[in-house]
Write a protein that binds this ligand. Sequence first.
Ligand code: G
Ligand code: G
Ligand code: MN
Ligand code: NA
Length: 254
Amino acid sequence: QLLARELGHALARHELRLVYQPIFSLTDGEIVKIEALARWQHPVLGPVGPDEFIPVAERVGLITPIGLWVLHEACRQLTHLPDLLLSVNVSGLQLMRRDFVPGVLEILNGLEITPTRLELELTETSLLHEDARAVAALQALQAHGVQVALDDFGAGYSNLTRLRDLPISDVKLDRSFVSCFLNDDDQQRHQAEQLLRGVLDIARSLNVTVTAEGLETPGLVRLAMEMGCDLGQGYALSLPLSAPDLQELVSRQP
Ligand code: G
Ligand code: G
Ligand code: MN
Ligand code: NA
């Protein structure tokens, strides 16, 4: 209740901000994409994580204004980063709104950003029911060039047919899936590798790229690289950064 009420004021009080985590090519080590991540700093409650406030926003109908703010703010940053792509997390509820697709296109148009530079990340669970309206929204966006990534893959009941049936161009392997490669049990580790090989094969055949998330150690980075994942994200590569820190990092790239 308290959180919901306070969240209602968060936008107007400028308590929300975005950080950006770089996503690297595992073939040449370059930053190719950034993922925008929302942060809420409440003056009294302190920092509240998106794991906590996004579900509240969904429940009380604040996900639409907050989601639009996130998209607009992240796209605004993108105009300072001419060579990069942007990934934005989107709630399944946002897709259900009739004005979502025009809203996204309006933001891109207003900032003169090519739609192919934007990717929307949707979790498996938010697409669970493959609601007709949500699917239509994704298809409409794809027709304009906006990309769609399937987030948190392998965290729940993963359904590979979704890669075929939905306009998805990237799968993000959940860090719980990736961390299986650190398992001490040889057999469990072997099974995780077989599973990843299968996912990579199917992704290749469907022309979908694979991003390994949660690469927390150099060992995991190497493994994701050797297994043939296309992109990597995680603390071993870069923490989420403030906009100025990100710009500095990008400007130092060769
Ligand atoms: O950044 P962090 O690890 O705290 O994020 C936790 C969760 O919150 C992740 O699942 C992430 O996808 C989600 N999240 C972060 N920012 C946003 C956002 O702007 N919108 C939505 N819908 N989810 C977000
Ligand atoms: O669910 P989603 O993939 O959107 O979650 C992204 C979240 O994961 C971000 O909030 C980010 O802070 C967090 N994250 C990014 N890299 C790592 C990592 O290497 N380890 C852990 N534990 N979390 C990470
Ligand atoms: Mn994500
Ligand atoms: Na994820």
